[in-house]
Ligand binder design. Structure first.
Ligand code: ZN
Length: 179
């Protein structure tokens, strides 16, 4: 099944603290045209941002769909669309700096599993299981968190979260001044 390119659109990215980002997203019952169009729009929105991952709640849709492309910039694009993704195994630990299209302008180090095995459905409804590490593993964990209403700043220590809230307030005020 193919989605008409003309029908695709860049969608608005929801920002912290909009409520949809805190909701647990619903599993996708059937991969139909609506889901295929959502995934296509999400990919377009992610590439335009630009970003390496996007979860459906970030465009205001509380459904378990994520898109990612963590291919190095000098390599061809490698779009992954994962429906109902689930982490089925984890190994090791790593701490990397993360950012989020829903928390623009803020970056922080987050502790994650170093390697994850993820089971999901692709857009043809085929079940896939991948084991990955590095940026892809961080991205899978970050995006699947979004489906459970968790943002990367929720992983920070209470002190760092307080600093984040302060900095975020300042960023919002600066934006308002610019308007
Ligand atoms: Zn994010």
């Amino acid at each position: 099944m193919h989605v008409e390119r003309d029908a695709m659109a860049i969608r608005r990215i929801y920002h912290y603290p909009e409520p949809v980002l805190k909701q647990v997203a619903a599993p996708v019952a059937a991969i139909d045209d609506e889901i295929r169009l959502l995934a296509a729009d999400m990919a377009e929105t992610m590439y335009a941002a630009p970003g390496v991952g996007l979860a459906a709640p970030q465009v205001g849709v509380s459904k378990r769909v994520i898109v990612m492309d963590c291919a190095p910039k000098d390599q061809p694009p490698q779009l992954v669309v994962a429906v109902n993704p689930e982490i089925v195994a984890r190994e090791g630990g790593s701490v990397e700096e993360e950012g989020c299209l829903s928390v623009p302008g803020y970056y922080a180090s987050v502790a994650r599993s170093e390697q994850v095995t993820v089971r999901y459905l692709d857009l043809e409804g085929r079940e896939r299981t991948v084991t990955t590490d590095g940026l892809w593993a961080v991205c899978f964990q970050h995006e699947i968190d979004h489906l459970d209403g968790i943002l990367f700043v929720d992983h920070l220590s209470p002190l760092k979260r307080a600093l984040f809230r302060k900095k975020w307030k300042k960023l919002q005020e600066q934006q308002e001044e610019q308007l």
